[in-house]
Design a protein around this ligand. Structure first.
Ligand SMILES: Cc1cc2nc3c(=O)[nH]c(=O)nc-3n(C[C@H](O)[C@H](O)[C@H](O)COP(=O)(O)OP(=O)(O)OC[C@H]3O[C@@H](n4cnc5c(N)ncnc54)[C@H](O)[C@@H]3O)c2cc1C
Length: 322
C-alpha cells in the first residue's frame, strides 16, 4: 500500500511528487496522457504569460534567454524536473474511480486497456481543468470544423474563421489567425473584452478591432453552427456569417466526478471541492486537492505560479501522520 498516490502529472502533481520524494514517502504519480499533458496540448507557438522563475518547481532553475518562456521550453523544463528528481510517474494511466475503503483509498486505474485497483493511504487529485471545455450547447457544436482548442493559424489562410470568446485565448487566436491571412470574426457575448486580458495583448486586439482587421461582434451569441456558416444573435437581430472554421474559446472547467464519487462536497455553483486552504485536505480525510482543480470553475484563480506550492503543504500533512 502506498503512502500517497498523486493523480495528474501537471506542474502541481510534479511539485507534490518532488515533495513526496524528498520526504521519502512511498508515492507514485498516475498520468492519463504524457508528462504535463495540458501544456503539451497548448498552442505550439505560444509563449507563457509568466516569467520563467514563477514556473519553477523543486527549486530547479528554469533557464531561458527570453523574458517569457515558450511551450517548447516548458516541456523541456518539466522533463528535466522529472529526471533530476527521479520522479516515479506512470504515464498513460488514467484514474477512473476513487473510493474510500476502510483505512485507505481504492484507486481504479486503466492503462493500455487493462484495469487494476491500487491502494493508498492518501490521494492527491491534481487533474487541472484543461480536458473539459465549457460547451455552448448549440446545434452544430460537434461538427468537425468546430474546435474548443486553438493550435496554429496557417491552415486557415484565406478562410472565414469565427472565434468565440473575450479573454486571452480568444484574443491571441484572433490576432494570430488574422496575421496568417484568415478573415476573422470575433464574437463575444459581452459589450467589451474581458478585464483579465494581459496589458500587452489588449492594445493589439483593440487596435485590430478598430481598424477592421478583425471584425468584432459584441453583445452577440452564436445560436447555431452550420457546415459553412454560423448564426449569430446580436443587437441588430439574427444574422448568418460565413465560417469554414469555428473556435469556441470560452474556457474550461474541472471534472469533479472523482472527488464527488469519493464523498467530497462540491459547490454546485463554482464546482469548488470543499477543502482546507492551508492543508489542501478535503472534507474526506486523506484526500487532497492541488493546483487548478482546487479553484473549481474559477480557473483564473490558481495558476502554475500558485499551485506549485500546494504539494509541499500536502506532503507535510501526510508525512506528519505516517
Ligand atoms: C493557453 C494557456 C496559457 C497559460 N499560461 C499560463 C502562464 O503563463 N502562467 C501560469 O501560471 N499559468 C498559465 N496557464 C494556466 C496553467 O496552465 C494551469 O494553471 C496549470 O496547467 C495547472 O496545473 P495543474 O497541475 O493544476 O493542472 P494541469 O497542468 O492541467 O495538469 C493536470 C494533469 O492531470 C492529468 N489528468 C486529468 N485527469 C486525469 C485522470 N483521471 N487520471 C490521470 N491523469 C489525469 C492531465 O492529463 C494533466 O496532465 C495557462 C493556461 C492556458 C490554457
Amino acid at each position: 500500500m502506498k503512502d500517497l498516490l498523486i493523480v495528474g502529472a501537471g506542474p502541481s502533481g510534479l511539485a507534490a511528487a518532488i515533495a513526496a520524494e524528498q520526504a521519502d514517502l512511498d508515492y507514485e504519480v498516475l498520468e492519463k496522457g504524457v508528462l504535463v499533458n495540458s501544456i503539451f496540448h497548448f498552442p505550439r507557438a505560444m509563449t507563457f504569460f509568466t516569467t520563467p522563475e514563477l514556473l519553477e518547481i523543486g527549486g530547479l532553475p528554469f533557464v531561458t534567454p527570453y523574458e517569457k518562456p515558450t511551450q517548447w521550453e516548458a516541456l523541456r523544463y518539466y522533463r528535466r524536473v522529472a529526471d533530476t528528481f527521479r520522479l516515479k510517474i506512470r504515464l498513460g494511466c488514467a484514474v477512473r474511480a476513487l473510493e474510500r475503503a476502510d483505512d485507505a483509498f481504492a484507486v481504479g486505474v486503466e492503462a493500455g486497456g487493462q484495469r487494476d485497483v491500487l491502494r493508498s493511504r492518501n490521494v492527491a487529485i491534481c487533474t487541472g481543468y484543461y480536458d473539459h471545455p465549457n460547451r455552448l450547447g448549440i446545434p452544430g457544436e460537434d461538427r468537425p470544423h468546430v474546435f474548443h482548442y486553438y493550435d496554429e493559424p496557417h491552415a486557415y489562410y484565406r478562410q472565414d474563421v469565427v472565434v468565440v470568446g473575450g479573454k486571452n485565448s480568444a484574443a491571441i487566436a484572433a490576432l494570430e489567425l488574422c496575421r496568417a491571412g484568415a478573415r476573422v470574426t470575433l464574437v463575444h457575448r459581452r459589450a467589451a473584452l474581458g478585464d483579465s486580458i494581459k496589458y500587452w495583448i489588449r492594445p493589439d486586439i483593440e487596435n485590430r478591432l478598430k481598424d477592421g482587421a478583425v471584425r468584432g461582434l459584441f453583445e452577440s451569441q452564436l445560436v447555431e453552427i452550420g457546415p459553412r456558416s454560423v448564426v449569430v444573435d446580436g443587437p441588430g437581430g439574427r444574422a448568418e456569417h460565413p465560417a469554414s472554421a469555428v473556435f469556441l474559446l470560452t474556457g474550461y472547467h474541472p471534472d469533479a466526478s472523482l472527488l464527488s464519487g469519493a464523498g467530497v462536497a462540491i459547490d454546485p455553483q463554482t464546482l469548488k471541492p470543499r477543502h482546507d486552504p492551508e492543508t489542501l485536505e478535503t472534507n474526506v480525510p486523506g484526500l487532497f486537492v492541488a493546483g487548478s482543480v482546487a479553484a473549481g470553475s474559477e480557473t483564473s484563480r490558481i495558476f502554475i505560479e500558485t499551485g506549485r506550492f500546494h504539494g509541499e503543504a500536502i506532503v507535510k500533512t501526510v508525512a506528519s501522520r505516517r
